[in-house]
Design a protein around this ligand. Structure first.
Ligand code: 26W
Length: 815
C-alpha cells in the first residue's frame, strides 16, 4: 500500500506545459513523427492539462468525504458537453502558458482546439442544460455528481447531399478520449429478464429476490468537471455496458465458445448509440434497457458508498442525498431505489418509500404529448419483472390515496393511474416521476404555469407544494467569457471581471450605452466576430456573407413547433420583394438556419431540403445578392454555436406560443448582444421582461389567444387576403424552388394550408413580417441598434445557470 505521504504531489509531477507536452507526445502517445501531427498535439496538450486537474479532483473528492455533507446526483440520459480543452485551460487560468507552449510548435490554441471532436452525448437543449448545470455546480463548489451513459456513438453527424440531410455515425471515441478515467473497481452488475422469487428469511419474514436474470456489467468512466478558477473539480460518471463473463453461460457450457463470445455483443449494444429523437418517444426495447441500465448502475453506486460507511443503517440516507431526474428518461431510478432498499437492504416498504420520495426530484422539459414517455407493461414485465412488480405496488398504494381524497371518483382514478389501461397497457413515466418525487419543476415561468394548469392539473390539485419553477440558464463561462474573448475583454476593461461568476454585474454596462468610444468598440468586436462566422459559412456552404448585412440566425433542432418554416416564408417574402422591385426600405440581411432533424421525422427533413433549395435559388441570383443571402449550415453542434452566438445580430426564437418549454439558445444569443425576434413563449417572456420591449421584437399570438384562433383558423383565407403571403405560397406551389423535383414540397404547402395546423404558421405570418421589418429598420439606425445590443448583454444576468443552480440548491436540494 502506498501512503499519501509517499505520493508525489501533482505540482511536482507537472513541469512546464511545454515539457509535459513533449513527454506526452513522445512517451504516452509513443509518437516519433518528424513533423508534429496536429491530432496528437491536441491529445498531448489535453493530457498535460488533465494532469493539472488530477490533484484538485482528488482533493475535491476527499473534502467531500470528510465533510459528509449532503450530495446531489444529476441523472440524465444526455450530457452535451462539447469540447473540453479550452474550457479546462481557461478554468485553470493556463491560457498564456498553453499559448506559449504551442508557439514552439508554430501553432495556436485556437488551431489546436479544432482537433477536438465535440462530446455530442445529447440531442439538444436538455442535454446541453445538463452540461451547463455541471459547470455551475463546480463553479459554485456544490457537491453534485453527474450520472450518464458513455455512448460509443454520440449525436449523428449531419451532411447535406443534393439538399437532403444525410446522417453518419459519430464514432467520437475512435481515437480515444484523453479526458476520461476508467474506474474498473467500481463496476456494477445490472439485471435483466428473469423472474421475481418469493422466499422466507431465516427470521421468518417474507422477502423477494430477482432471480434467473441475464446480467450485464456497468463499467464507469469519470470525466473531470472543473469549476472556474476555484480548485474544485467535480465528476461526471458515464457508464459503459460490458458483457459479464456469465453472459450466455449455456452456450459456453454447450461448448460453443466462439458463438458465446460473439453473443456478448448483445449486452454491449446497450450503450452503443444515443437515440437521436428529440421530442418524440421511441418505444424500442433497447432504449428501455439504456434507461434501466443508467438508473440501476447509478443507484447501486450511491448505495454502495453509503453501505460502506453506514452499514445497513439508512435512517440518515434521505437527509444526505438528492437525485435530480432530467426529464422522465432516468425515472426508473424511483423503482430501482425501492428495489435495492427492499430486496437487498431489507427495508420495509414504508421506510423505503419515504426515503425514495424524499430524495427524488423531477424536472419536466416538454409539454408536447408525443414526447411523454410511456412504456409497454408487456415489455417491462419481460425485461424488468421485479421493477414492474414494484411499479404495480406503487400504483395500488397511490390509487388508494386518490380514493381517500376523492371517494367514488373513478374517472379521476383512471386519469391519475400510473398505468394507462387499454389493449396494450402502458406505464406513464411522468406520473411515476411525480408520485415518486418531492419536487416537480418546469424550466421557465410560463412552462411551469402550464404544467399546473394542464398536463399535471390533477397532480397539482393533490400536491400543490410539489410544483415549482426553475427558469433555465446557461454558463457564462463557455457562452460569453470563452467563446467571445474580444467582448469579454472589453467588458473586463469596462466594469472589471467579477461578472464571470456574478452575471448580474453586467448591469453596469447600461451606463455605457451612450459612451461613443465604448459603442464603437462594441461595434468593432461584433463585426470581427461576424467575419469569423462568414469564414465558417464560406468554408461550409461556399456562400459569401457580407459583415455589413444584418446576421439573422436560427439554430436549434428542426421541429415543426420551432417553426423554421415561418422563417423560410419570411426569406421567400424578401426574395419576392427584391424580384418585384419593392426594395424601398429593404435592408440587407444574411439569414442562417442550422440544426439536425430526427432521422425518422420526415417533415423536419423536408424542411431542411426546402431551406437548401430556397437558398440555392437566392444565392445563385446576382440581382438578389446585394440584399439577401441564405444558407443552411450543416452539422450544427455545441462548437459551432460558440462561433455563431458571438456573431449574431438577430436571434430567431419563433416557436408557437406554449410549445417551447424554455429555450436556452435564446439566452446565449442575448448574452452576446444579439437582439431577439420572438414569440411570447418559454423563457422569451422572461428575456423580454429583463431587456424591455424596446429592445426585443415581440410578435405573434399568445397562449391564451390560441384556442379561439384555432377554432376559427382558415389558413387558405388568410393566404387569399394577404397579398404577400399569397405570393409566397404561389412561389412554393408553382414549383419555383423545385423545378426538377415536382411535387416535392406538397407536404409543406399542405401544412400551412391545414385548418388544423397545430403550429399556426399562417396565423402568425403577418405579425412576423411586420416585426421583421421593424428589426430591419432598427438595424439601419446603427447607433440605437448598438444600444439595444448592449442592453441585451447588460440585462442577461438572470440567465446565468449559476442563478438557476442556486435556486435548485436552495429550494429543491436543500444544500
Ligand atoms: C424520449 C425522447 C425525447 C428526447 C428528448 C423526448 C424529449 C426530449 C427533450 C424533452 C427535448 C428537449 O431537449 N427539450 C428542451 O429542453 C430544454 C432544456 O430545458 C428547453 O430549453 C427546451 O425548450 C426544450 O425543448
Amino acid at each position: 500500500m502506498i501512503n499519501r505521504e509517499n505520493q508525489v504531489e501533482t505540482d511536482e509531477m507537472c513541469g512546464e506545459i511545454s515539457s509535459d507536452l513533449l513527454r506526452h507526445y513522445n512517451y504516452t502517445l509513443g509518437r516519433l513523427d518528424r513533423q508534429i501531427q496536429p491530432a496528437y498535439l491536441y491529445k498531448a496538450l489535453a493530457l498535460s492539462i488533465r494532469d493539472r486537474l488530477m490533484e484538485s479532483w482528488r482533493v475535491t473528492r476527499e473534502q467531500e468525504e470528510i465533510k459528509k455533507s449532503k450530495r446531489v446526483f444529476y441523472l440524465s440520459l444526455e450530457f452535451l458537453l462539447g469540447r473540453a480543452l479550452t474550457n479546462a485551460i481557461e478554468n485553470l487560468e493556463l491560457e498564456e502558458e498553453a499559448q506559449q507552449a504551442l508557439r514552439d510548435y508554430g501553432t495556436t490554441l485556437e488551431d489546436v482546439q479544432e482537433q477536438e471532436l465535440d462530446a455530442g452525448l445529447g440531442n439538444g437543449g436538455l442535454g446541453r442544460l445538463a452540461a451547463c448545470f455541471l459547470d455551475s455546480c463546480a463553479t459554485l463548489q456544490l457537491p453534485v455528481t453527474g450520472y450518464g451513459i458513455r455512448y460509443e456513438y454520440g449525436m449523428f453527424h449531419q451532411r447535406i447531399e443534393r439538399g437532403f440531410q444525410v446522417e453518419s455515425p459519430d464514432h467520437w471515441l475512435l481515437d480515444g478520449n484523453p479526458w476520461e478515467i476508467e474506474r474498473a473497481d467500481r463496476t456494477r452488475t445490472i439485471k435483466f429478464y428473469g423472474y421475481s422469487e418469493h422466499y422466507t428469511h431465516d427470521n421468518g419474514e417474507h422477502g423477494v429476490r430477482w432471480s434467473g436474470t441475464s446480467d450485464v456489467k456497468a463499467l464507469p468512466y469519470d470525466m473531470p468537471i472543473p469549476g472556474y478558477r476555484n480548485g474544485t473539480v467535480n465528476t461526471l460518471r458515464l457508464w459503459q455496458a460490458v458483457a459479464s463473463d456469465e453472459f450466455n453461460l449455456d452456450e459456453f457450457n454447450a461448448g460453443d465458445y466462439t458463438e458465446a463470445v460473439a453473443a456478448k455483443n448483445q449486452a454491449e449494444q446497450i450503450t452503443m448509440v444515443l437515440y437521436p429523437n428529440d421530442s418524440s418517444v421511441n418505444g424500442k426495447a433497447l432504449r428501455l434497457r439504456q434507461q434501466y441500465f443508467l438508473a440501476s448502475a447509478s443507484m447501486q453506486d450511491v448505495l454502495a458508498d453509503w453501505a460502506a460507511d453506514n452499514g445497513e443503517d439508512f435512517s440518515d440516507f434521505a437527509s444526505k442525498h438528492c437525485f435530480q431526474l432530467n426529464d422522465t428518461h432516468p425515472t426508473l431510478a424511483v423503482a430501482e431505489l425501492m428495489r435495492l432498499l427492499i430486496d437487498e437492504h431489507f427495508l420495509a416498504w414504508d421506510q423505503a418509500w419515504q426515503i425514495t420520495t424524499q430524495t427524488m426530484a423531477y424536472t419536466n422539459h416538454t409539454l408536447l404529448p408525443e414526447a411523454l414517455e410511456k412504456w409497454s407493461v408487456r415489455l417491462m414485465q419481460e425485461l424488468l419483472p421485479r421493477i414492474m412488480d414494484i411499479i404495480y405496488e406503487v400504483n395500488a398504494r397511490f390509487l388508494a390515496e386518490v380514493t381517500l381524497r376523492w371517494p367514488g371518483d373513478t374517472e379521476r382514478q383512471r386519469h391519475l393511474s400510473l398505468i394507462e389501461e387499454g389493449d396494450d397497457p402502458h406505464v406513464r413515466m411522468a406520473y411515476l416521476a411525480i408520485v415518486g418525487s418531492s419536487s416537480v419543476n418546469g424550466v421557465a415561468a410560463l412552462h411551469s404555469q402550464l404544467l399546473k394548469a394542464g398536463l399535471f392539473k390533477n397532480f397539482y390539485e393533490l400536491w400543490p407544494n410539489k410544483f415549482n419553477n426553475k427558469t433555465n440558464g446557461v454558463t457564462p463561462r463557455r457562452w460569453l467569457a470563452f467563446c467571445n474573448r474580444p467582448l469579454s475583454n472589453l467588458i473586463n476593461e469596462t466594469i472589471g471581471d467579477n461578472w464571470v461568476t456574478d452575471l448580474d454585474k453586467l448591469n453596469e454596462l447600461k451606463k455605457f450605452t451612450n459612451d461613443p468610444s465604448f459603442c464603437a468598440k462594441w461595434d468593432q468586436i461584433k463585426k470581427s466576430n461576424k467575419e469569423n462566422l462568414a469564414d465558417l459559412v464560406m468554408e461550409q456552404c461556399g456562400v459569401q456573407f457580407d459583415t455589413e448585412y444584418m446576421f439573422d440566425v436560427q439554430v436549434k433542432r428542426i421541429h415543426e413547433y420551432k417553426r423554421q418554416l415561418l422563417n423560410i416564408l419570411h426569406v421567400i417574402h424578401l426574395y419576392d420583394r427584391i424580384k418585384r422591385g419593392d426594395t424601398q426600405n429593404l435592408k440587407p440581411r444574411c439569414v442562417l438556419i442550422g440544426g439536425k432533424a430526427a432521422p425518422g421525422y420526415a417533415q423536419a427533413k423536408l424542411t431542411i431540403k426546402l431551406i437548401n433549395n430556397v437558398a440555392a435559388v437566392i444565392n445563385a441570383d446576382p440581382g438578389v445578392a446585394s440584399y439577401l443571402k441564405f444558407v443552411f449550415l450543416p452539422n450544427y453542434r455545441v462548437s459551432s454555436m460558440e462561433v455563431i452566438c458571438a456573431a449574431t445580430d438577430l436571434s430567431e426564437q419563433i416557436s408557437t406560443a406554449g410549445k417551447e418549454a424554455s429555450g436556452t439558445g435564446n439566452m446565449k444569443f442575448m448574452m452576446n448582444g444579439a437582439v431577439t425576434i420572438g414569440t411570447y413563449d418559454g423563457a422569451n417572456i422572461e428575456i423580454l421582461d429583463a431587456v424591455g420591449p424596446e429592445n426585443f421584437f415581440l410578435f405573434g399570438l399568445k397562449v391564451e389567444e390560441l384556442p379561439e384562433y384555432r377554432r376559427l383558423h382558415q389558413p387558405s383565407q388568410i393566404i387569399e387576403q394577404d397579398e404577400d403571403l399569397r405570393r409566397v405560397m404561389q412561389l412554393l406551389e408553382c414549383g419555383h424552388f423545385n423545378l426538377f423535383e415536382p411535387g416535392l414540397f406538397e407536404p409543406i404547402v399542405a401544412a400551412v394550408r391545414n385548418p388544423y395546423d397545430p403550429w399556426m404558421v399562417a396565423a402568425d405570418f403577418r405579425a412576423y413580417i411586420e416585426a421583421q421589418q421593424m428589426a430591419s429598420n432598427a438595424y439601419d439606425d446603427r447607433t440605437s441598434w448598438l444600444q439595444r445590443s448592449i442592453m441585451n448583454t447588460a440585462t442577461s444576468g438572470r440567465f446565468s445557470s449559476d442563478r438557476t443552480i442556486r435556486e435548485y440548491a436552495q429550494d429543491i436540494w436543500k444544500l
